[in-house]
Structure formats: C-alpha cells, structure tokens
Design a protein. Structure first.
Lengths: 708, 175
C-alpha cells in the first residue's frame, strides 16, 4: 500500500519556511553560551532535514546535514559561538531557503552560491571533513548505475492483518521497471494448520530499473516495520572497474534495512533504532532525485488560524442556528401578537450576523510580526554592508492586519527600512561628532488608530534636509524656484518619481526608484504615508493602512436620485448649513466657516454631473470630511443611514473611476458608489486649476464646459 | 433565463427537443438581437444571461452610453447602451428592452458587461465558413467591432466581436 506523499509537501514547505525563519531570528540573537537558542536552531534544522529526506528533496537534506553538524558542535560545546560562524550559518539559511524553493518549484538553483557556502561550511567544520567525504561516497553508491536490485522481502505472518497486500507493493515496484518475482513457499504449514488471515510466503524479487534506491525503499515504507527487507543493487560488471572500492562500501554500509517489530526483544529494538539512524544519512546523501513528484504551487494561499478563532466561530454558528430555528418556529403560525418576539428575534439575528462577520474577518487577520520578521536580518545585513552600527527595535508586532494588506505591505516596508538604514542613520564618526550614541536605532512600530493601523518606521539619523530636497526638486523642474511649500509638501516631493537625495548611489538605495512605488503601493491599499522629520534628530515615516479591504463603515448620503457612501472614518462632522457662515471669496470660491477653519465647499452634484433640486447651498447639508490632511465640505441633499458595507471593486468589470473607490450592494439589492475622499479632493483641485487656466486665457466658453 | 446553460444542455439524439429551437447542431451558435431594425449577433457561449432593463446606478462622469452599474448576484456589472454607443436608433426603454450580459474570458481576466439592446430575437446555427467579411463602407459601427456578416434567409446579420466590444470600452474611457 503506497501513500501519495505529495499531498503532505505543502505543509512540509510551510513548516520548513517557518523553521528557516526561526533559525534566522535565533542566529541573529545568538550569544555565546546561549544554549537554549542553539538548541532551538538545531531542532529547526533537524526537522527540515528529516522532512526533506522523507519527501526526497535530497539537495536540501545534504546541505542541511552540514549545517546540522556545525550546529551540533556548537550545541555540545565543542565549538565556541563566533560571529564568523553565525555569518556562515546565516548564509546557509539563505541557501537552504534557495534549495527548498528550488525543490518546490522544481527548478534549478544557484549552484555556485550553494557550493561556495557548503565549501565554507565544510572548511569551518574542518575535522569533520572525513565524514563528508564518506557521505559523498555513499551518495555515489546510492546513485544507481542503471541495473537494478535484488530484493528479499520476508514479511511477518501478520502483515495481511494490517491491511497491507504484497500484490500492491509488487505492482508498485513493477511500475519502476522490469520485475521478476519468485515466491518462497517453504514456510507454508499443512492445510489443517493454516490460518486464513496469516501470510506465510516470502519473496525474492529482481527489479531491473533505473530508479534510485530511495524510491524502491519508499514503496516498502508502510510495511518496513513488519517485514525483513534486504535490498542489494545488482552491480553491472561492465561498470565495476571504476567502482571497485565503492561496492565494498556498499556491501558494508547500506541495504541493511532489517527491521523487526516484535517489541519484546530488546536486541531487535536496538536494531530498529540503529537502522532509523542509519537510514537518515542514506536518504540524505542520495543524489538529487529527478523524479520527485512535487507539484506544489508557488503561492499556497493557505493561512494558519488559531483554534480559538475557529472555536469562537463555531460557537457563533451555533447561536445563529438557534436564532434561525426560533425565527422559523415563529413564522409557522404568525399573528400580530407575536410581533414583539419577531422584532427581538430579528435583533438577535442582527447581533449574530455582526459577530459572525467580525469573527470571520478575524480569521483573515494575522499579527504583523509576519511582515516584521524579516527586518532583523535585513538590518543586520545592511549594517554589515554600510559599515554602520545600528539596531532594530520592533514593537507592536502583535497588532493584527488583514492578510491581503500584509502581503502587499511587505515590499514598501522593506524599502522604507532600507532607506532609513542607508540615508537616515549616519556613519559612526558622524554620529559621535554630533553627540549621538554610536549605535543608530531604527524602530518599527505598529498600532491601531481608529479603524486604521499605523506602521511607523523611525530612525534617529540625520533627518531630511529640507533645503536639499527643495534644491533637488527645483533642479529637476518639479517645482518653481520661488514656490513656497510647507514642510509636508516638501517631504511629499520625496515620493515623486526619479527623486533621490542620497549624495551617491549605492547598491542599497539612492537611485530614486522606489519611493514613488512605495507611495503608489500604499495608496493602492487605501492607505497613506506621512513623513515627519527633524534635521539632525531623525525622521519618521508613518504608514496608515485600513484594517481590512473588504468591509467599511459608511454613511449613506443622497444626492439627487443617487445614493452615495462616505467612509465614516473620513467624516469629521455633518451639519446643517448656516447661511451666515458661507463666504464667497477670491472669485466664486465658496468657503464655509467651521469654527476657526474655512472649509471649501464641494457640491457633489456638480462634480458628478447629476441633476438635483437641491442646488442651493443653504438648502443642502454639509458633510465635512478630511483626506490627505485637507478638510472639505461635501454638499449633499440628505443624510441617510449609517451601515457597514462590503466593498466591491469597479475594476473587475469596468475600470477605476475618479472620485469613487468602489461600489457596494445595499439592502434592497441596488448598487451604491463609495466616495473616495482624497480622490474627490484631487478632482476638485484639478477642475479648479483647469478653470483658472481657462479663465486667464479669457476663454469663458470652455470654462463653462468644464464647470458643468 | 440562462442561455448559456440552455445551450450546453443539448439533448442527445432520441431525446425530445425544445420546441422551436433545433438543438442538434453543427457549427457555432449565435444569439441574435435587434438594434433599431437591424439584426446583430454575438457568440452564444459568451452570453451570461439576458435580463430585463432596470435603471442602473449611475457612474459619475461616465460617457453617455455607459448607463451605470447593476448588481448581478453580487457582481457589479457595468451597463453599456449599444444603441448610444453605435449611434443606431433611439435609446427608448420599453417593455421589450433587454440587457444581454456578456462574459469574455481574455488571457488575464474575465470581464462581464451588460449591453442594452432593443430585443433578442433568435439563435442561429452557423458554420464558420458562412460568416462573410463585412465590406468596409462606413456605417455607424466601427470595423473593429465587426467579425463578419451572416446571411439569414433574406436578412443580413452583423456578427459582433465580443472581445473588442469589451476591450475597446476601456481605451475609449481612458482617452
């Protein structure tokens, strides 16, 4: 009975990558004498090796074996933990990742890198060299020279009782090559004594195949505890000449897969234990299996969910079912006397669905540590590359974020951290000269703020030099030489394409490619980025992201016949317009005095080209919203309900519409558009600029057209 | 009415056929519809469903022929009035006015768009050799939208290219 192991490969890969992460973070925190950490790194490496062996990812096993040997020496105290060793181990982790990825995608990997690293590993291992050459020999042996195997298969009598059928084994073997079977019936007792459920035969098989030993053994994997199995390669006489000594080794070392499971005999248990141990290096050193049947996709698209989350979901499900049955009971013979119970039932239903929805959304939420985990390594590498000393302080890593947002925020964050390390933190000498501690600090923080999550990337470096940015912008023609800009406007220039203030281009950053991409990516997620900086003290990049992309709290408003949704998060307040507070200034710009602020009024009907009776500003309602740090008042006909809406993309079947971030389906089945507040503000600015330009041209016709 | 399901549900020989429609066919099937008095056709396998006209939700600042979007079982589907787009006939919304929802699977993604037409009329079975190229003598409908012409009895049916109907939409709007 052979089991398709490939179905377990995805979980192996997942676990391996987790193990690699564990190794990496362990190595970064590794201090001499810290045995606990070494142990955990060793365990991670060991389980990767074991798993890789099972699935036939031999290149991984082989390489990990070296890593494990080195770790083992550290663990036993035979070797001091030195930073040089840590570096090599970190590199090895990279190689292992490379190898596992290559195995996953069934693609070739960077042989140079792996062989260099493994050479360095062996060099470091030094004394252990001999074992390595042994294993190389073994791998030569294991490489089948194309002839086949003589297999002796002596099952225990009880084999058939455990559901195993030798015929399945043989037919699986026959798939590998040409199979000759001869059965040994010596043990067959007299007919009277035969127990129909016992198996009395043993077999000798000759398999002519090009398959590798591991593959043959794999077939017997499920019965190996219940049989005596001997596997002997048939050595091709023609090939014997160069493999003389190797076949000696072959006789001695391998093919002793004799396993007995009669538990009473201690001796046999020892055999079992030793074969298990022998077994590992054997499969480990086998050549890279070309027939590995992995078909794992690059992105598995699975998430791990805590049991508590699932449990709470199941509880809620139970409540929902109870409510449902209560309601249907009520509906059986309904009369007006039961109205009260109906309303309370419906209320309960509302509560249940709401909780259920929250619970389901929580499943998609992952702690942001998933995105933060890679940064200690990144900063470590950057410190070495730039020759600066710096440390990374991470806080708030338990803050939860939607999985989709998480996946897409990784790269922009890497970019920001790199920038902080490369441009932000100054070199040691400069820092000391400026009276700062020698070691620079980059801190990553995540926290909730309203319905948003804020990620802060902060460095205590040089800060952004306002003048340099301005000069550069003027130089590049992005702004006028005599333009007056606020600090935040100046910092926004950093996100213009092709903008870099780094004095020289390094391979880390400075090409000016990227910051614009960072901003675009963040905006695509419905987020925004803000920069604060004090020259000489450091800078802070604040990334504001929505918690989830799927659901939004919205205020429904009416304009003409249409219903629009304003995200609740961007609403500052809604008010009835007081005529006295309306001011028309600088040529028909309508401002509304909101306490000390003057808020520009944007009539939605005009911007969206709608017909409405409510064109007079004093009859309408004003919803004051804030986007991109700018407050505006949206003129609407009426305020309707507040409700949660599920965001649907217009992009799927249509395209992006300016001023609209998406659509949703209301309770009555109709579609309503969700307003994109920053988009609307931009739209209004553009329209205003167009009108201004046209007016200065003295062409009022066109102006009217744009207006409408 | 889900035409696609009907079209795939071709009875085998010996089973009864739905009255009026010959299901045992060879060649491709086309759904024909009316715009003004002219007959047009689209590949029936692209037809998702045929809906009666309902007022869609407007899209701000969209061209006049984009009537808006509707909710089709949770999917937001934009509605294009073909009469306005091709400038044929009057855009009256009557009892018979229907929306043909077409899904076209291109390499990257599938798009679903509804098209307003005056009425649906028939299903045609046509061998691909019977689709003749259309002469390029003007007309309101751009050449890129036309796959060819079919002679059906004494009428001529214009076969529309669904891929272009949907793709060009985008360019137009962005430009």
């Amino acid at each position: 009975m052979s089991v398709d192991l490939s179905q377990f490969i995805p979980s192996f890969l997942e676990e391996s990558f987790e193990g690699l992460e564990l190794m990496e973070s362990g190595l970064l925190n590794l201090k001499p004498g810290d045995n606990e950490t070494i142990h955990s790194i060793f365990r991670a490496a060991h389980s990767i090796k074991g798993g890789a062996g099972t699935f036939g990812f031999d290149s991984v096993t082989e390489f990990t074996h070296l890593v494990e040997t080195l770790l083992d020496e550290m663990r036993d105290g035979r070797r001091e933990v030195s930073s040089a060793d840590t570096e090599i181990l970190l590199e090895s982790v990279d190689c292992m990742r490379l190898l596992i990825e290559a195995a996953r995608d069934e693609q070739d990997y960077d042989h140079d890198k792996v062989s260099t690293t493994s050479a360095r590993l062996s060099e470091t291992l030094g004394g252990q060299q001999s074992t390595d050459s042994d294993s190389e020999n073994e791998s030569n042996v294991n490489k089948n020279d194309g002839c086949g195997y003589n297999i002796k298969f002596i099952p225990e009598h009880s084999l058939a009782k455990t559901g195993n059928d030798p015929i399945f084994l043989f037919s699986a073997l026959a798939e590998l090559g040409e199979l000759t079977i001869s059965a040994n019936t010596e043990e067959l007792p007299a007919l009277m004594d035969i127990d129909a459920q016992e198996l009395y035969f043993s077999w000798e098989l000759t398999l002519i195949t090009t398959a590798e030993e591991a593959e043959v053994i794999e077939i017997f994997e499920w019965v190996e505890d219940e049989c005596l199995l001997e596997l002997e390669p048939i050595v091709n006489k023609a090939n014997e000449e160069p493999t003389n000594n190797i076949s000696d080794v072959a006789d001695g070392v391998i093919n002793e897969l004799s396993v007995e499971s009669s538990l009473g005999e201690i001796e046999n248990q020892e055999v079992l234990a030793s074969t298990k141990v022998d077994n590992e290096p054997e499969t480990a050193t086998g050549e890279k299996s070309k027939t590995s049947k992995t078909k794992a996709k690059a992105d598995l698209g699975s998430i791990r969910v805590g049991v508590d989350k699932v449990d709470s979901l199941i509880n809620l499900m139970g409540e929902l079912v109870i409510t449902q049955s209560m309601l249907s009971e009520l509906g059986n013979d309904f009369d007006m006397s039961k109205v009260e119970r109906l309303t309370s039932g419906l209320e309960q239903l509302l509560q249940n669905t709401k909780e259920m929805q929250e619970s389901v959304m929580r499943i998609r939420m992952l702690p942001i540590s998933f995105a933060f985990n890679r940064f200690p390594r990144l900063v470590h590498d950057l410190a070495i590359k730039t020759g600066k000393t710096m440390e990374l302080v991470i806080s708030g890593e338990q803050t939860e974020l939607d999985k989709t947002v998480m996946e897409q925020i990784g790269d922009p964050l890497v970019h920001l951290v790199r920038n902080a390390a490369d441009h932000g933190i100054e070199s040691k000498d400069v820092r000391l000269a400026n009276g700062k501690p020698e070691k620079g600090t980059i801190s990553l923080d995540a926290y909730h703020q309203g319905g948003n999550i804020v990620i802060e990337i902060k460095d205590d470096g040089a800060g952004i030099n306002r003048q340099t940015v301005l000069d550069k912008a003027i130089d590049k023609g992005l702004i006028d030489a005599n333009a007056i800009l606020t600090d935040s406007q100046v910092y926004d220039l950093l996100f213009e394409p092709g903008f870099s203030t780094a004095a020289e281009v390094t391979d880390i950053s400075g090409r000016g490619v990227g910051m614009d991409v960072v901003k675009r990516n963040i905006q695509a997620l419905g987020g925004r980025i803000q920069v604060e900086s004090v020259l000489g003290k450091g800078s802070t990049f604040k990334v504001n992201l929505p918690l989830t992309l799927a659901i939004l709290d919205g205020q429904l408003v009416k304009v003409g016949t249409e219903t629009y949704i304003i995200p609740l998060i961007s609403i500052v307040e809604s008010l009835q317009i007081d005529n006295q507070l309306i001011n028309r200034v600088s040529g028909d710009m309508v401002l509304y005095r909101l306490r000390d602020d003057n808020v520009p009024v944007l009539p939605i009907y005009q911007m969206f080209n709608l017909e409405t009776e409510c064109t007079e500003i004093d009859k309408a309602l004003l919803v004051v919203v804030e986007g991109d740090g700018q407050k505006v008042g949206l003129m609407v006909d009426d305020l309707l309900a507040q409700q949660q809406v599920v965001i649907k993309s217009l992009n799927d079947n249509y395209q992006q519409v300016s001023g609209i971030s998406g659509a949703t389906i209301l309770g009555d089945g109709s579609v309503a558009m969700i307003l994109d507040i920053p988009g609307i503000i931009n739209m209004a600015l553009e329209q205003a600029q167009k009108i201004q330009r046209v007016r200065t041209d003295g062409n009022s016709n066109v102006a009217a057209e744009v207006c409408l | 009415m889900n035409i696609q399901a009907m079209a795939q549900d071709v009875p085998v020989e010996g089973e009864h056929t739905v009255e009026g429609i010959d299901f045992i066919t060879s060649g491709d099937q086309y759904l024909t519809f009316l715009l003004a008095q002219e007959q047009y056709a689209v590949d029936i396998l692209c037809v998702e469903e045929i809906r009666s006209w309902e007022q869609p939700t407007k899209i701000p600042n969209a061209p006049s022929y984009i009537k808006g979007v509707i909710n089709m079982r949770g999917i937001i589907v934009p509605i294009v009035d073909l009469r306005l787009k091709f400038n044929i006939g009057k855009a009256n919304y009557l009892e018979t006015t229907v929306v043909i929802v077409l899904t076209y699977q291109s390499e990257e993604k599938s798009r679903t768009i509804g098209f307003v037409v005056d009425a649906v009329s028939d299903v045609l079975n046509v061998e691909s050799v019977d689709i003749k190229p259309a002469p390029a003598f003007g007309g309101c409908v751009g050449q890129q939208y036309i796959d060819g012409l079919i002679n059906s009895e004494n009428k001529v049916v214009t076969v529309l290219n669904v891929a272009h109907l949907q793709q060009v939409e985008k360019h137009r709007l962005q430009g």
